[in-house]
Design a binder for this molecule. Structure first.
Ligand SMILES: NC(=O)c1ccc[n+]([C@@H]2O[C@H](COP(=O)([O-])OP(=O)(O)OC[C@H]3O[C@@H](n4cnc5c(N)ncnc54)[C@H](OP(=O)(O)O)[C@@H]3O)[C@@H](O)[C@H]2O)c1
Length: 319
């Protein structure tokens, strides 16, 4: 296939591109930041520059492609900024993909669209009540792709859980190695994660075997309580177990960080919404992903994923 990848220079984008190239596919990658173009050209990929908030920069870039993997997105900034990228940017790409006659549109959405679900297992049929601007924007982006999928290309929605891997922010390896990880609250809330290699394989499978208008949760087999994920990581690194900070302290800190963000005009990640996200609880089922997309997970749970990463990086104690 000829694949157009947005967010090509991002964490998942680069991994997905490697998978596409290994599978013999042709790739054209969209980067926004010229300084990151070499990441793509070094891989031997055709790299193009554009900003999805500005439709004129996207015009013509999708011509000749079969499939788009739309990964460009942000969770940083205020609601307006997030919507401009995640919602209006998706609208721009949907229009461009329809105009260029693409066959398939794969959207990298997020499990955050479900919002808070406590201990209950969450399937693609579960209710969506996103608790943060990012989740709301992803849900809106999904609707845009779904609507076009009724009349134009095949649209497939991938709701990714927390994606971790070597150099991922989620693993916080630098922090975890040196100091104690700080968890907000007791860490009893559930998270559904997936290793980046498996996430990339699932996105590819979604393009090849996903049904139009369908949603797939993209997570591993084993939801995990936050404390268990980070304590396992600490154990494997020989580091102290995660420390806890209270929810009230985290909220206060987020207000202060947000205040300085507004003062300096800098977009900050650690804001009130971010605290809501790390406190929410989600046990996503991947049954549909395995059944319909036929994804065979290389890392079926967080332990196997973390072990492989530490081994690859040559850090941590042997198990
Ligand atoms: N990582 C996760 O745990 C996770 C979980 C659920 C869903 N997702 C979704 O999966 C996708 C990829 O995530 P990721 O972790 O790879 O994120 P990432 O590393 O932050 O990469 C995001 C990419 O989007 C690009 N981008 C942002 N705004 C853009 C714009 N206006 N125009 C063009 N490109 C733009 C960035 O380009 P520049 O670098 O040039 O700025 C970057 O390459 C995102 O849509 C994210 O919401 C990720």
């Amino acid at each position: 296939m000829k694949a157009f990848v947005t967010g090509a220079g991002g964490y998942i984008g680069l991994d997905l591109i490697k998978g596409l190239l290994d599978g013999g596919h042709e790739v054209r990658g969209l980067a926004r930041n010229p300084a990151r173009l070499h990441n793509l050209t070094d891989l031997g990929v055709e790299a193009v520059l554009g900003d999805i908030r500005h439709p004129e920069t996207i015009s013509g870039l999708l011509d000749g492609m079969d499939v788009i993997f739309h990964l460009a997105g942000t969770m940083v900034g205020n609601e307006r900024n997030i919507y401009r990228t995640n919602v209006e940017g998706t609208r721009t790409l949907v229009d461009a993909a329809a105009a260029a006659g693409l066959k398939t549109f794969v959207l990298a959405s997020s499990g955050t669209v479900y919002g808070e679900h406590g201990d209950e297992p969450v399937t693609e049929e579960s209710d969506c009540h996103p608790v943060m601007a990012y989740g709301r924007s992803k849900l809106e982006a999904e609707r845009i792709v779904m609507n076009e999928a009724k009349v134009g290309f095949s649209g497939v929605i991938c709701r990714l859980g927390g994606v971790y891997g070597p150099r991922s922010q989620m693993l916080m390896l630098e922090n975890a190695g040196r100091t104690q990880v700080r968890l907000v609250g007791r860490g009893h809330n559930w998270m559904s994660a997936i290793h980046v290699e498996d996430a990339s394989a699932a996105l590819l499978a979604a393009a090849e075997r996903g049904r139009s208008g369908e949603i797939y949760n993209i997570v591993d087999n084993e939801p995990v309580q936050l404390k268990d994920f980070y304590n396992y990581l600490a154990y494997r690194l020989g580091a102290p177990e995660a420390k806890h900070i209270s929810e009230a302290t985290a909220r206060r800190l987020a207000r202060i960080v947000g205040f300085f963000g507004r003062l300096t005009g800098k977009a900050v990640v650690f804001n009130a919404d971010f605290v809501k996200m790390i406190l929410s609880s989600l046990r996503l089922s991947n049954e549909k992903m395995r059944r319909e997309l036929g994804v065979e997970l290389k890392y079926p749970n967080y332990r196997s994923g973390i072990d492989a990463i530490l081994q690859e990086l040559g850090v941590g104690a042997a198990v």
